[in-house]
Every structure is written in C-alpha cells, then in structure tokens.
Ligand binder design. Structure first.
Ligand code: CMC
Length: 432
C-alpha cells in the first residue's frame, strides 16, 4: 500500500477524494485513478496517452530527459556493444541474462522453429508482385494462427511460450519471403548452421546458383540495429499488441496488429521515410528549404527521423547508430556517403535552429538506421519490416508479461462524448 496520496477536489461540487501514488523502482510516480469515476464521477482526458501509464512493467525503462534506455536494467549501450539479438531477446522475455546452458538451449529452440508450414508459403503467391512487404507481413503473421492451433490456448503458459518462440523464429523467414516474392526469387529454407542475423541475410540475398558469402561487417551492423529496436516500452505498436491481446485474442493475430501499427510513418515507417526525404533533398544546399517547410504551420511536412514523444534531450539509440553508420560507411563502398553527408548537415542545421531547440526535436533512432540499411543493400520497402522483426522480441515479452499480470483487464478507454443529445427518429418522408 502506498504511503503517498494525492487529493483531488472537484471545484463544482466541492467533493474531495484521495488517491494513492504508485512508486516505480525508477522514474515518475503515477496516481492510481482507478476509483476516480466511482468516487467523483469524473473521467480523465488524455488523448495519445501523454500522461497515462497503462500498465506496470518490469521490462524496459526510458528516461527521456537523460536519454537513458535500459532493458531489464541493462543500458542499451552495453547491450548494443556486447550482446547479440537472441541473447537480448532472452533477456527481454525471461528477465535475466541467460547462463551458457540457457543460452544454447534458447538458440536451439529458436532454430528449430524457423521453418514455416509449407501451406504458409502458398500465401506469398497470392499477393501482387509489387505488394509492400509490410502488407504481406500483416497478412501472413496473422494467418499463422490458422496453422499453429496447438499453441493457441492463451490461458496455458506453455502454449504462450511456444507461440512466442514461434513468432520470434519465423519472423525472419516470413520477412525474407515477402522480399523474395517481389523479386520472383525462390523461397529458400532457413539454415540452422548460421546464427539468427546471418540466416536472415542468407534468406534475403542468397541465390540457388551460387554459394552465399556472409559479410561480417553487414552482420555486425544488422545485429546492432536489431538490439536497438528490440523493445521500447509502451509505444504505439506495443500498446496495440497489449490492447488487442487484452480481449484474450491469440498472439499471432495480436502481433499482426502490432505490425500494422508500426507501419505508420510516425512510428516504424519513419526509417523508410527518412531515406525518401534525404533522396528528395539531394543536395545539402537545399536543406534550408526543407527546414522552412517543416517549420511552416500551414504545411503538414515534418522532418522524418526527428522528434520523439519521450526523448526530449537525445535518443540514446540514435547516438549509437550514428557511430555505427560512420564506421560502416568507412568500410563499405562509398556510394551512400553523399546521403550520409546530407543527413549530417541536416542534423547540424536543425540543431542550431530555434524551432527545433524549443521543441526538443532531436534525431531519433530512425534517422541513421535507414542509411545503414541502405548501405547494406536492403531495399527501401524492407526497412520497416526489419524494425518489425527486431521489435518482435519486445512485443512477445510485453505480451507474456501482460498475460501474467493479475491487474490487467480488457482495454476499454472511456470518452468525452461531444455529439448530439438524445433526439427522436424522423421518418424519411418527413425529412427536409
Ligand atoms: N518536424 C517538424 N516539427 C515537428 C516534428 C518534426 N519531425 N516532430 C514534432 N514537431 C513539432 C510539432 O509540429 C509540434 O509543434 P507545435 O508545438 O508548434 O504544434 C511539436 O513539435 C510537438 O510535436 P507533437 O506531434 O505534438 O509530438 P508527439 O510527441 O505527439 O510526436 C513524433 C512524436 C515522433 C510522432 C513526431 O516527432 C514526428 O512525427 N516525428 C517524425 C516521424 C518520426 O521520425 N517518427 C519516428 C519516431 S522514433 C521510432 C519509433 O518509435 O517508431
């Protein structure tokens, strides 16, 4: 029971009620307003959840003012430097870094689930050849629930774990297939002798006529991108997954809903939008024109890859990815260097501009991740798919946590009704 409380007074009626303050381990405390309506007959109004905690969570902590991001307490900088994606996924799912035995077992389990049912492959032929791979992802991941009936009882913890493993393991296969379908390439089987990232690159780029050569520089850069995108607490897509599952829906359908939410340009679609923006700017001399558009209240144009709901100082992921981008472009061919130069110049000019400073608009993780992906020859329309694959670790961890949380109920926000008051139906013949 909290020892801190807050008293709310309704000035209209003079009624008062006391509410507990819930203290987190770190971060801002929250007022427990669950009885607010019962006590004062009031709702809270918070579109976009700017000040509302929808759950308690042990998984990820963000301090937006200090630019801190922790997965299960571990700083993102340490994980990006020293961990790998599957170890980070284990950490997110189970709450601790695996010991060597746990790690080997987890890697083997994930490897054993990378293939998709042969029937799932038929779906890829049904899509238009020019379908956006995110559209394919939404469809195929949702369709998995039609194939894996044996793990759909969400009240059974073992079923939940198997579904989580399946989602994590099959996402790269589905992602690579959605790319290959667009290019008329055969769908290869995953390779268990490769690690998670290597296998994804192999499924994306191998051709049956040649032996596939792994590029360790590309794998290293991709590993970093995966770790940096693995979780980000209650963002739009994660909240979508939680809201969808709050009704007891199966995890394949719920993760598909998360993918749909991620697709938007304000969220995961931003990495694709950044490259389109930089290509449109073309020359650094054009930057002031685009900055002026972004500042113009009458123009909906925004600088893609800038701004974040939580980070108001800097995005720690952007700092890591900017350095990785620098390192990568030094060793890979330099054809993407001009794009990187334009990005750096855009960042420099924006960060000297009052408009961006006043609003705390800094480059976010997607500002530089697109340049890395482009340098690795990943097609533009696959950028958000890669974000979705990486975020799957976070989505399933948040879902597993939510399913164990006794305080969670079906998600059902309230509203402030602003429509017509009650009125009588008028028959069509009497309406003018
Ligand atoms: N360019 C120009 N102005 C901006 C931008 C931008 N990128 N972002 C915010 N603003 C302005 C906005 O117009 C508003 O100005 P004013 O106060 O004068 O009305 C002010 O800054 C606050 O913006 P907001 O839309 O209220 O902030 P938000 O917290 O609701 O939105 C955001 C956050 C990330 C959606 C937004 O900054 C944005 O649209 N950024 C571009 C898209 C992007 O890069 N998204 C990736 C986010 S990081 C990866 C992820 O989590 O998926």
């Amino acid at each position: 029971m909290s020892t801190h409380t807050v008293t709310i007074t309704d000035n209209r009626s003079g009624k008062q009620a006391e509410f507990d303050i819930i203290d987190p381990t770190i971060g801002s405390p929250a007022i427990d307003i669950r009885t607010l309506h019962g006590q004062l007959g009031l709702f809270t109004y918070d579109p976009g959840f700017q000040a509302t905690a929808s759950c308690k969570s042990d998984i990820t902590y963000i301090d937006g003012d200090q630019g801190i991001l922790l997965y299960r307490g571990y700083p993102i900088e340490q994980l990006a430097e020293q961990s790998n994606y599957l170890e980070t996924s284990f950490l997110l799912m189970y709450g601790h870094l695996p010991d060597p035995g746990e790690y080997d077992e987890f890697v083997n389990i994930i490897k054993r689930h990378t293939m998709v049912h042969e029937g799932v492959k038929q779906f890829f032929n049904g899509f238009q050849h020019d379908a956006h791979p995110m559209a394919i992802m939404v469809g195929v991941v949702g369709a998995l629930s039609a194939f894996y009936h044996d793990s759909l009882d969400v009240t059974n913890p073992r079923h939940r774990e198997i579904s989580a493993h399946r989602l994590l393991a099959k996402m790269p296969t589905i992602a690579a297939y959605s790319h290959r379908r667009a290019h008329g390439l055969p769908l290869p089987y995953p390779r268990n002798d490769l690690d998670f990232i290597e296998n994804f690159m192999y499924m994306m780029f191998s051709v049956p006529t040649e032996e596939y050569q792994i590029n360790p520089v590309a794998v290293r850069a991709m590993r970093k991108i995966f770790i940096l995108h693995a979780d980000h607490e209650q963002n739009a897509s994660t909240s979508t997954v939680r809201l969808a599952s709050s009704s007891g829906a199966n995890p394949f359908a719920c993760i598909s809903a998360g993918i749909a939410s991620l697709w938007g340009p304000a969220h995961g679609g931003a990495n694709e939008a950044v490259i389109r923006m930089l290509e449109e700017i073309k020359d650094p001399s054009e930057i002031p024109k685009y900055i002026a558009r972004a500042k113009d209240k009458n123009d909906p144009y925004r600088l893609m890859g800038f701004g974040h709901r939580i980070y108001k100082n800097y995005d720690p992921r952007a700092k890591i990815i900017r350095e990785a981008c620098n390192d990568l472009l030094e060793v890979l061919d330099s054809s993407n260097q001009p794009l990187f130069e334009t990005a750096r110049e855009l960042e420099r000019i924006a960060l000297e501009d009052e408009y961006f400073l006043e609003r705390n608009l800094y480059p976010n993780v997607d500002f530089y991740s697109g340049i890395i992906l482009k340098a690795l020859d990943i097609p533009l329309n696959m950028f958000t798919v890669i974000f979705a694959m990486a975020r799957t670790a976070g989505w399933i961890s948040q879902w597993l946590e939510m399913m164990e949380d006794k305080e969670q109920r079906i998600g059902r926000p309230r509203q402030i009704y602003t429509g017509a008051t009650q009125r009588d139906y008028v028959p069509l013949s009497q309406r003018r």
